[in-house]
Design a protein around this ligand. Structure first.
Ligand code: ZN
Length: 490
């Protein structure tokens, strides 16, 4: 796909976007009806629409009209699904809208009294069925962590004590955040390109159920919130900035607005939903993003610099700081494995019918979480939207990691770049995996190597190549703290 200038702002076929300051292309009938359906459903399920930066008139229309009964919305989703084969020529677009519509219909039917059993609900929401983990994998990860953090106290206590050394004082956060944003933005520009004019700002907030969140406002702009209710630790902050900003949620939304909405006029991409298949892709790429922003070869240096900029006592001794950074990096994969206990916890709670307390005890035992964080995780699992959303971090990461690893390391940035531009569904990714006959994927899950310079991938381009003449929400891998992740987000 070649980047080319667009002039949507002056195009006769454009209309005012929400916010009243930008123009967007006028949607075709499918996109218009998809947006209307989603906005109407959001009136019944507040928060289902995670971002909307499309036509203002559609929003105004829904705000002014009578509430539509959920059963009617389910029928409208079915009617839209039936129109797709004749109305949408592009196969990728058609499959993507169809998968999204199945999820929206499921949510509407649930409201209308046709709620499915939990696991079916999850499967219909994400076009994906989560897999229950064998508890043995948590014990194996804990045994390895035991070797890395020897001591007599329980492992959960040792992990908590270790983490406490890397907590960043709130007043030091802005400087560290700015540095990380600049660095990761520059890395993302080299690897994936940036749409001209994209920007974001970061705010520190409190009293939220998540640890970080990307609010995408359209116009290539995001607000990234970092919740300081729980201590923010160095490794988690590195993860959160990659996840929420570059090359995670902000970059994904910005590129999709520039490419899909402005250039290809696929206005369905101007509305973003929670609990739909797009989330599995979006969270999967956001979790994996840190491996491009801070590849293993650079991670130790990045952490040491974060220690210094944060004014952590450990930074006073460079040797000690490097050793701590190396150990932190060694623990990342193991702690990510422990975090997968959230998948089991949600299944135990909602599919098996375990009580709140039983789930809490489970997550503390197998996930080695301290009580306060375990409590936040279970609360997250019990919230109406996040009770299903919890899966998308780990399942999305696992799916996309396999998909990235069927190509050689030097091709992975280009492949990752497709996630930022295309309308890929979980099923499409599975189909590509099957076509690649991935059977014996490398057992080693080495993160992608960092290319030395700008990649030659199909999506790689400099920011200057792209003109967009418009003003156009976990997975803490290392951590115990969730990111947009719903406070228990990964
Ligand atoms: Zn996320």
């Amino acid at each position: 796909m070649t980047a080319r200038p667009t002039d949507a702002a002056t195009d006769a076929a454009s209309t005012l976007a929400v916010g009243g300051e930008r123009q967007v292309p006028i949607p075709d009938a499918i996109a218009r009806d998809y947006i209307l359906l989603g906005l109407r459903l959001d009136q019944h399920i507040p928060g289902l629409v995670d971002a909307y930066f499309g036509p203002a008139d559609l929003k105004a229309q829904v705000d002014m009209e009578q509430l539509r009964p959920p059963a009617r919305l389910a029928d409208e989703a079915d009617a839209l699904l039936a129109r797709l084969p004749s109305d949408v020529a592009d196969a990728q677009r058609r499959d993507w809208v169809a998968a999204q519509l199945v999820a929206l219909r499921t949510h509407a039917s649930g409201l209308a009294g046709g709620e499915l059993p939990y696991l079916d609900q999850v499967t219909q929401s994400f076009a994906w069925t989560p897999a229950r983990r064998d508890d043995a994998i948590f014990d194996a990860a804990a045994a390895e962590l035991d070797d890395l953090l020897p001591g007599r106290e329980p492992l959960a206590d040792r992990l908590a004590a270790w983490d406490a050394r890397f907590e960043i004082a709130v007043d030091r956060l802005p400087d560290v955040v700015d540095w990380l944003v600049d660095r990761f933005r520059s890395t993302a520009a080299n690897l994936f390109g940036l749409p001209t004019g994209e920007d974001l700002r970061v705010r520190l907030v409190t009293d939220q159920p998540w640890s970080g969140y990307n609010w995408y406002d359209g116009g290539l702009r995001s607000r990234v919130d970092i919740n300081t209710d729980l201590p923010v630790r160095a490794a988690d902050l590195v993860d959160t900035i990659a996840h929420e900003a570059y090359p995670g949620h902000h970059l994904e939304h910005a590129w999709k607005e520039a490419d899909l909405v402005a250039r290809q006029r696929r206005l369905e991409a101007s509305i973003v939903f929670l609990n739909t298949p797009e989330c599995l892709i979006s969270e999967g790429l956001a979790v994996l993003g840190v491996e491009f922003a801070a590849p293993p070869a650079e991670m130790v240096d990045i952490l040491v610099e974060v220690f210094e900029r944060a004014g952590l006592p450990i930074a006073a001794d460079l040797e000690e700081a490097r050793e701590a950074a190396e150990r932190t990096v060694a623990m990342v994969g193991l702690r990510r494995r422990l975090a997968e206990s959230r998948v089991n916890a949600a299944l135990i709670r909602h599919a098996d019918g375990a009580s709140h307390d039983e789930t809490l005890a489970y997550i503390q035992r197998v996930g080695r979480y301290p009580p306060r964080l375990a409590q936040k995780i279970v609360e997250f699992i019990e919230q109406p939207l996040s009770r299903t959303y919890i899966f998308v971090y780990h399942e999305g990461e696992a799916l996309l990691r396999r998909w990235l690893e069927v190509v050689p390391a030097e091709e992975r940035p280009a492949r990752f770049g497709r996630l930022l531009h295309e309308q890929l569904t979980p099923s499409a990714v599975v189909a590509e995996l099957a076509a690649a006959d991935s059977t014996p994927t490398a057992a080693d899950v080495a993160p992608p190597a960092a290319p030395a310079g700008p990649s030659a991938g199909p999506w790689s381009r400099s920011g200057d190549d792209q003109r967009v003449d418009r003003t156009p929400p976990d997975g803490d891998s290392s951590s115990t703290a969730p990111s947009d992740r719903p406070a228990a987000g990964a």
